[in-house]
Ligand binder design. Structure first.
Ligand SMILES: *[C@@H]1O[C@H](CO)[C@@H](O)[C@H](O)[C@H]1NC(C)=O
Ligand SMILES: *[C@@H]1O[C@H](CO)[C@@H](O)[C@H](O)[C@H]1NC(C)=O
Ligand SMILES: *[C@@H]1O[C@H](CO)[C@@H](O)[C@H](O)[C@H]1NC(C)=O
Ligand SMILES: *[C@@H]1O[C@H](CO)[C@@H](O)[C@H](O)[C@H]1NC(C)=O
Ligand SMILES: *[C@@H]1O[C@H](CO)[C@@H](O)[C@H](O)[C@H]1NC(C)=O
Ligand SMILES: *[C@@H]1O[C@H](CO)[C@@H](O)[C@H](O)[C@H]1NC(C)=O
Length: 354
């Protein structure tokens, strides 16, 4: 039975996995059931975790930073806070508290209440934004998003029920984190992922038969959606009941579906996550901060081509390819050594472990 195999593999993983100092964040708010369940599972697997999440919903804010200019003015998401309370933490000094002054081995963001698939959403999502800002600072990061978009407070979550969907997401996420930490020696300077790389992980809509396994490596481009929002060509704009333009999915846009930089043989995460029960794992890259830093350092006017394919270049991921494909995905999906790989159709060479 698959469950027995997975928990045996996960037990092996946590004993051989490095203990990580993790900052866990999200964009839905610190009171979300999903972030609490992932916290529980990560601490069960012997990682040290500090939750630093927003008081209010920050969905759709991408990688923006907005510092507070007052103490709390409302009760926040899920009605959990007291107006007038200090802007960070439970007491004055919250973020400067010496007890949280540790090095950070990994930033984990999510699991988001809803999927985050493809390049458009990559830049838009606050869940991804927290991850790529951390990656830009040299801290490895993983963004998790759940196909189930139900917005639940931790007060409606049962930490002891393994069938609670937040716990299913939490277990999948923590298993992947421990798999990344597998065989790493943090005290000797090993990093969980190489500098500039992050992961975008999407769980499918979980139900009693759809369990988010196996995990499969994907790319951002391919079947990705963007918005119908071209005002010059009004036929592509969607209007709401009040007669104003609103969001609508545009499939097949050429720009975000052109594989520019990643492994073009991998299947697109959008297709896999919306049509199968597998969890998609995409290696993405965050290199654009360095151009800004150079500009600031040298006071030059820079001109640089950019691409909207944020997949990590294949050559750049060569050193992690083995760890990701054979150690991480294989160990999570099956007992060690018992995987088989088969061709993924229609693209040909993408691999699924089953
Ligand atoms: C848990 O992590 C601590 C701190 O790194 C370590 O000393 C301990 O051996 C770990 N325990 C297990 C069961 O891995
Ligand atoms: C958070 O904001 C997003 C975008 O504005 C919205 O779609 C979502 O429903 C909000 N979530 C909650 C819990 O209000
Ligand atoms: C914010 O809260 C702290 C802690 O209660 C308090 O010391 C400070 O005066 C408050 N600041 C403002 C502008 O209200
Ligand atoms: C945080 O740790 C660093 C390195 O150990 C130390 O230099 C710094 O003073 C510490 N800051 C606080 C606020 O404790
Ligand atoms: C999402 O999860 C909730 C329980 O948290 C469940 O009631 C709901 O049916 C799920 N939705 C989907 C589409 O799976
Ligand atoms: C679970 O989800 C899968 C994929 O969406 C679907 O095919 C299947 O019918 C669902 N099963 C149940 C019991 O809802």
């Amino acid at each position: 039975m698959r469950f027995a195999t997975i928990s045996a593999a996960a037990a092996l993983l946590s004993s051989a996995s490095a203990h990580l100092n993790i900052v866990l964040t999200n964009d839905d708010g610190f009171g979300s059931a999903n972030i609490r369940a992932l916290y529980n599972e990560l601490t069960k697997q012997n990682h040290s975790v500090l939750i630093v999440g927003p008081a209010e919903n920050q969905s759709g804010t991408g990688g923006t930073t907005v510092w507070p200019t007052s103490n709390l003015t409302s009760r926040g998401g899920h009605d959990l806070l007291i107006p007038g309370a200090y802007f960070a933490g439970q007491e004055a000094g919250g973020l400067n508290n010496p007890s949280i002054n540790k090095s950070v081995d990994l930033v984990v963001s999510g699991p988001n209440e809803g999927s985050n698939l493809g390049p458009l959403v990559f830049t838009l999502s606050g869940t991804l934004g927290a991850a790529y800002v951390a990656v830009g600072r040299g801290i490895p990061a993983v963004a998790f998003s759940a196909g189930n978009s139900t917005k639940r407070s931790y007060k409606d979550w049962n930490p002891n029920d393994p069938t609670d969907i937040a716990n299913v997401h939490g277990k999948l996420g923590a298993d992947l984190v421990s798999a990344l930490a597998y065989g790493r020696d943090i005290s000797k300077g090993d990093k969980v992922l190489p500098t500039s790389l992050g992961l975008n992980v999407n769980f499918p809509k979980i139900n009693s038969t759809c369990r988010g396994l196996p995990m499969i490596q994907t790319r951002l481009t391919g079947s990705a959606l963007t918005d119908k929002a071209h005002v010059a060509f009004t036929c592509t704009v969607v209007f709401n009941a009040a007669g104003f333009p609103t969001y609508g999915d545009l499939a097949g846009a050429s720009g975000i579906n052109n594989c520019v930089t990643g492994d073009c043989d991998l299947p697109g995460e959008t297709l896999i996550s919306t049509t199968t029960c597998m969890t998609t794992v995409t290696v993405s890259v965050c290199l654009f901060l360095s151009a800004k830093e150079e500009q600031a350092a040298h006071a030059l006017t820079t001109s640089q081509a950019f691409s909207v394919d944020y997949d990590a270049p294949q050559a750049y991921t060569a050193s992690t390819k083995e760890h990701l494909e054979y150690t991480v995905l294989n160990k999570l999906n099956t007992a060690p050594g018992s995987y088989k790989k088969r061709d993924w159709q229609p693209r040909g060479k993408g691999m699924i472990f089953e």
